[in-house]
Design a protein around this ligand. Structure first.
Ligand SMILES: [Zn+2]
Length: 232
């Protein structure tokens, strides 16, 4: 079964002329999107909860909901909406910025935004959501030495697992950047799958360490959103 894996970053309003403002989906728009999924009979699930559907053990109308970077605005603005519709989601955290911020975005002018602290991550998990890993420092693996790339991948798993005391089985490549050697590193580090930014729905037979996703941007109308869920 082909599954759409949605990718969001920020669920928050944003000022005009902010660089990369397409990454900010307004909370009202997000709520409308979830409402439409529910209305059309979809279940919104975290990567963890969607695995039985990905492996064919279960069937149903499922959309995987993922967020990159672990921002507090997702806990504040998306979690109440997900709760309202009974959906779960995965957020991929930058292990070196727990309680910090998006320092990797500053050189390109994206506004400073807080990343969840340990207690906020615990709150995120207590609501039924999943914590995934997104390297230690949000590095572009394609521009990193092999030794450092493995440290970033494996280190993020170990660090988050030590912090939370549970397995962190799912990984996300920062900027979607990866080569075959990185997919092998992710597997060796003990992760079970990894998502990219290659557009498309996830199909049986896809490389589990190179899953495609569907970008949801600020300006997507409801028809555009539903088109992307169904046909991309
Ligand atoms: Zn990211």
């Amino acid at each position: 079964m082909a599954l759409p894996i949605l990718v969001y970053h920020h669920i928050a309003s944003v000022e005009d002329h902010t660089p990369f403002r397409s990454l900010f989906v307004h909370p009202k728009r997000f709520k409308d999107q979830m409402k439409w999924l529910k209305r059309l009979g979809y279940k919104g699930l975290s990567m963890r909860d969607a695995i039985p559907y990905m492996t064919g053990k279960q069937t149903g109308k499922v959309v995987v909901i993922t967020f990159d970077d672990g921002f507090v605005n997702v806990l504040e603005n998306a979690a109440p909406v997900l709760a309202e519709y009974g959906f779960t989601a995965t957020n991929y955290f930058v292990a070196g910025q727990i309680g910090g911020g998006n320092v990797w975005d500053r050189s390109i002018g994206i506004p400073n935004t807080a990343c969840m602290s340990k207690s906020q991550m615990r709150e995120w998990m207590s609501l039924g959501h999943e914590v995934g890993a997104h390297t230690l420092d949000h590095v572009n693996l394609n521009e990193t030495s092999d030794e450092e790339a493995f440290r970033q991948i494996s280190g993020s798993k170990i660090s988050l697992e030590n912090l939370l005391g549970l397995e962190v089985p799912h990984f996300c490549y920062p900027y979607g950047a990866n080569k075959p050697i990185h997919r092998e590193m992710v597997r060796k580090a003990g992760f079970r799958n990894a998502v990219t930014t290659v557009p498309g729905r996830s199909k049986p037979g896809d490389d589990p360490f190179g899953l495609p996703r569907i970008y949801i941007r600020r300006n997507h109308s409801i028809p555009e959103f539903l088109y992307r869920v169904k046909y991309r």
